[in-house]
Write a protein that binds this ligand. Structure first.
Ligand SMILES: [Zn+2]
Length: 133
């Protein structure tokens, strides 16, 4: 997994459940329980679209190609309400996955009022076939 830019992770705490201690040097920064359950949090950073009509993915821990391959369909059928979380930095959004399932979407506080636009940006990103953002 390639870290995207200067994402600020809370050291020592599982990146998925944000509660239990992370296993040192674990590939996805997880605790034992999340690793055993195949849960992974993938983080993306959004930015304004050039034409000013919404949001677009600017960087991410998954390439557009990988996002499309695995998460396009789960994103299309996602009907949950993204949760606004304080651990995320400005414009950041996270997909919390459990094996092949999209468990939840977490948003930075600034994206809270724009949750629909943020999810739309991820769906649009999952239509892209590029190898990089
Ligand atoms: Zn965990």
């Amino acid at each position: 997994m390639r870290p995207c830019g200067a994402l600020a992770y809370t050291r020592g705490v599982c990146r998925v459940c944000l509660k239990r201690p992370e296993i040192p040097d674990e590939r996805y920064g997880r605790c034992e329980s999340c690793a055993a359950n195949g849960r992974i949090a993938f983080r993306f950073r959004l930015g304004p679209r050039r034409d000013g009509t919404g949001l677009v993915v600017r960087a991410g821990e998954l390439s557009p190609h990988a996002l499309r391959q695995k998460w396009r369909d789960p994103l299309l059928s996602y009907s949950g309400r993204p949760a606004d979380k304080p651990h995320l930095g400005l414009h950041e959004i996270e997909l919390v996955t459990a094996r092949d399932r999209l468990e939840s979407v977490r948003l930075a506080h600034d994206l809270g009022p724009r949750a629909d636009e943020a999810v739309a940006a991820l769906r649009a990103a999952a239509e892209r076939t590029d190898t990089a953002w």
